[in-house]
Design a protein around this ligand. Structure first.
Ligand code: TXA
Ligand code: MG
Length: 346
């Protein structure tokens, strides 16, 4: 059931649900989350079940401020504190040493914990109301509110489509950022970028005064992060990343959708109004592209195409988050059993 997240009564009710150990869908500035009390193991188990998420993928815990983060993390290094000061509340998740025995169900056997302080007013209102329940809920565990391996939701309707109408979802409008938070591992003495997002590597480095170390994907020190699986964020149709020049050479085909910054000249009139071959223009601005990315992929997917051809985003750092999600969507399309039909010419 989708309810108005700006209505204080709905917030109070959602906080009661969380306190009782139930799940709620909540908006954040990045994507919608599927939330539960981080301290109630059974509630957290419900998140894994609802998402179909493997038990060894840890969850992010959302907190109202840096002080609340200390309930979950001990030994916050100075550079992590500088990142909190610079970017919280906002789209940044920090992996920190976990207090022993705390939020164990969220941690998936890691001795660390992912913490994030969201800026979305509805998420903040819910966190505040949760802190006032008895006993107080100090953190909301919330992965993205999608089935495991699929596209993150950026509207309340997306959440209901993925997880069903029975779930209480606070509607806070479309998410402003549109892709998941930047994740920085702060447990290795130096900051390590685990997932690119709206806050760029350069911003991280300048705020904490340290260079980012390379995360070795799959390397020994690398904790498991589902956002770092090669195949992730998949629509049902196959996604293919193409250079603008390659796209320009293609002739329109039924069952193929296009998402590109410069649409091949033949597209606008040949494809316009043709529901079998929809196209959307990718914004030139990276933040705008991130904002709409998942909604556009869902929309093109829902048109029933077998293939979505996407122009490769620019190489510069502002596009790191969008490029990362598109590469994973393209990788996933090749591997998922329901990833759609083979692309043309293959
Ligand atoms: O923007 C976001 O971060 C959204 C909103 C809802 O806050 N949440 C989100 O959660 O994207 P999820 O579960 O879809 O992705 C969380 C990522 C996963 O890749 C997970 O493996 C990683 O964070 N993660 C969580 N705890 C971790 C830990 N202790 N060590 C390493 N990675 C961790
Ligand atoms: Mg996710």
């Amino acid at each position: 059931m989708i309810v108005d997240g700006n209505d204080p009564k709905q917030i109070a009710q959602a906080a009661q649900c969380v306190a009782r150990g139930e799940l709620v869908g909540l908006p954040t500035e990045t994507v919608y989350g599927l939330g539960a009390d981080a301290m109630q193991d059974a509630a957290v188990a419900g998140i894994y079940a609802a998402k179909g998420r493997p038990a060894d993928h840890p969850l992010i815990v959302h907190v109202i401020d840096a002080q609340a983060a200390r309930h979950f993390a001990h030994d916050v290094p100075a550079f992590a504190q500088r990142l909190m000061d610079a970017f919280w509340p906002g789209p940044l998740t920090l992996i920190l040493p976990r207090r022993p025995g705390v939020a164990t169900a969220c941690a998936a056997q890691q001795d660390s914990i992912g913490l994030r302080c969201p800026s979305h007013p509805v998420a903040r209102a819910l966190l505040k109301a949760c802190a006032q329940t008895t006993p107080a809920v100090l953190g909301i565990a919330a992965p993205s509110a999608n089935r495991f391996g699929r596209i993150s939701p950026t509207t309340a309707a997306h959440v209901a489509q993925d997880l069903g109408d029975a779930l209480l979802v606070l509607d806070g409008g479309p998410c402003e950022v549109g892709i998941e938070s930047t994740i920085v591992d702060c447990t290795r003495g130096v900051p390590v970028l685990l997932r690119p997002g709206a806050i760029t590597g350069a911003q991280i480095e300048s705020a904490c005064g340290l260079s980012l170390a390379d995360s070795a994907p799959g390397g020994q020190a690398a904790p498991r992060a589902s956002g770092t699986l090669e195949a992730h964020y998949a629509p049902r149709a196959s996604v293919h990343l193409l250079e603008a020049a390659e796209l320009a050479r293609l002739s329109p085909a039924h069952g193929v959708a296009v998402y590109a910054r410069r649409l091949p000249q033949h597209l606008p009139h040949q494809f316009a109004g043709d529901r079998l071959a929809p196209w959307r223009r990718m914004p030139d601005d990276a933040a705008l592209a991130a904002h709409e990315l998942f909604a556009v992929l869902r929309e093109l997917d829902a048109a029933g195409v077998t293939d979505i051809l996407v122009e490769r985003p620019p190489a510069d750092a502002a596009w790191d988050g969008v490029r990362d999600r598109l590469q994973r969507a393209a990788a996933a399309s090749l591997h998922l059993p329901d990833g759609g039909a083979a692309p043309p010419n293959r």
